[in-house]
Design a protein. Structure first.
Length: 156
């Protein structure tokens, strides 16, 4: 049998880094395409009510959100407020919000737009009814209520 000789003082070959930029750009492209950017941040308390018969939203592009609840920052008070996108609004500003939301939609999608309430469990029905009346005046008749799935714990 032959003997193998060990090289003396031999150095390891350098690792090729030519493919590293390709890997970095593939990862960057992956995260850019899969990350969903948040449209707005919640300025109001938003603890949704529970439901056992909720259905999942299919096309989120056809939904506009109205958040109703007590402000998270106490300098705005403790009474429930309406959040339209990233600003607080009044009941009178809801109709303008509806018109503004529908301008960005195509004519085919305008009848399909649904206005969703993300109302806090502690929000009063008075403010929700006022907002619904304003939506009705603007002929925005498709309304959805956002809920959590599960059962309400009575120990709360």
């Amino acid at each position: 049998m032959g003997k193998f000789k060990k090289k003396k003082g031999g150095e390891l070959p350098a690792i090729s880094t030519a493919s590293l930029p390709d890997i970095v750009f593939m990862l960057l492209f992956f995260f850019m395409t899969t990350t969903v950017m948040r449209d707005s941040s919640a300025l109001v308390k938003n603890e949704l009510a529970f439901s056992d018969q909720a259905t999942k939203i299919k096309d989120k592009n056809l939904y506009e959100y109205l958040m109703i609840g007590a402000p998270t920052d106490k300098k705005y008070g403790t009474n429930p407020k309406i959040q339209l996108n990233d600003v607080f609004g009044s009941v009178d500003e809801v109709r303008g919000f509806v018109r503004e939301s529908l301008v960005s939609k195509s004519d085919v999608d305008k009848p399909k737009v649904t206005f969703g309430f993300k109302a806090d469990m502690d929000a009063t029905m008075g403010i929700i009814s006022d907002v619904k009346d304003e939506l009705r005046k603007e002929n925005a008749l498709k309304i959805a209520y956002y809920t959590r799935t599960g059962e309400l714990s009575m120990n709360k």
